[in-house]
Design a protein. Structure first.
Length: 256
């Protein structure tokens, strides 16, 4: 990607992981919700993704959008996800297609399919001897309104791809934590996404050729109930981390 890349929600955790890994790889334009404490090393704008004039200015001249901005809380209210996640994503898409942006990479979530984790399947499905696997071809099955908003973002992508031909990659992100997998949380360990793998999957989404994709964004954990095969095939994703390589906070095996 030679053109500038717009990163919305750049001040958050996923934005931090992406910028830590890829700061020097692209010409970034950051969209921040509020003024930063420290001056960013990249061009930036401040505002809300529901502000149409702002998002139109933000997409000007960019080749790709990584859209992270939104309310990330699984317990978020309908009012919040309707505005921040659904309306904000629709406004971003509308501005992106009008500008002729080539690629739109959307931060979807494990919560878009959270209701597959039924009482009958859990906690066994989080463990190594269970073989339950979702591959991204299943219909969304959210377990909360936040998940509904993330699934809606995927459907908005389907619409804008089919009607306007923008390339769309929905990354159903698992559980991003810095340094080591979540502790005492089997579910989080099975869907762990390390910071380096998070940067890498977004780089692959910026570089690969595709039309419309839904992939899971997790590390290569020994136990996973999300397949990463589609991410490997469509994007060339090659994760290095594995939650099984950790005992608590300590790494006991090196990444590949
Ligand atoms: N952190 C994780 O493990 C996962 C994150 N995600 C998704 O990734 C995206 C980023 O999540 P995090 O970085 O964890 O959240 P975060 O809360 O750390 O970052 C989100 C950023 O978006 C900004 N924002 C929120 N509403 C906005 C609006 N209306 N206009 C402009 N900016 C707005 C916030 O101020 C914040 O800086 C979210 O869309 C979330 O749903 C999905 C699955 C897992
Ligand atoms: O979509 C998200 O998922 C992660 C993992 O979910 P959790 O229910 O195991 O916490 C969550 O941490 C993150 O905030 C959210 O945006």
């Amino acid at each position: 990607m030679d053109d500038p890349v717009l990163l919305t929600g750049a001040g958050g955790r996923v934005g931090e992981a992406i910028l830590e890994g890829l700061a020097d790889e692209y010409e970034w334009r950051l969209l921040l919700h509020s003024p930063p404490d420290e001056e960013p090393d990249h061009e930036y704008m401040i505002g809300d993704v529901t502000d149409e004039a702002l998002v139109r200015a933000a997409v000007e001249g960019v080749g790709a959008v990584i859209h992270l901005a939104g309310d990330p809380r699984p317990e978020a209210s309908w009012d919040s996800v309707l505005s921040n996640n659904i309306d904000g994503t629709q406004k971003m898409y509308e501005a992106a297609v009008d500008e002729g942006v080539e690629k739109f990479i959307y931060a979807s979530s494990n919560h878009a399919v959270g209701a597959f984790e039924t009482d009958e399947r859990t906690p066994e499905m989080y463990r190594e001897d269970d073989d339950f696997l979702l591959d991204g071809t299943e219909l969304p099955r959210p377990g909360n309104l936040y998940g509904v908003s993330k699934a809606t973002g995927e459907v908005l992508g389907r619409y804008y791809h089919d009607q306007y031909d923008i390339d769309v990659c929905n990354i159903r992100i698992g559980n991003l934590t810095r340094g080591h997998p979540p502790i005492d949380y089997e579910r989080g360990q099975a869907m762990w996404l390390s910071y380096p793998d998070c940067a890498h999957i977004h780089q692959r989404a910026l570089e690969a050729d595709y039309d419309f994709e839904i992939v899971y964004g997790i590390s290569d954990n020994d136990r996973k109930y999300y397949s990463i095969e589609r991410a490997r095939e469509a994007l060339g994703y090659d994760p290095q981390d594995n939650s099984a390589h950790f005992k608590g906070e300590e790494r006991v095996e090196e990444p590949r």
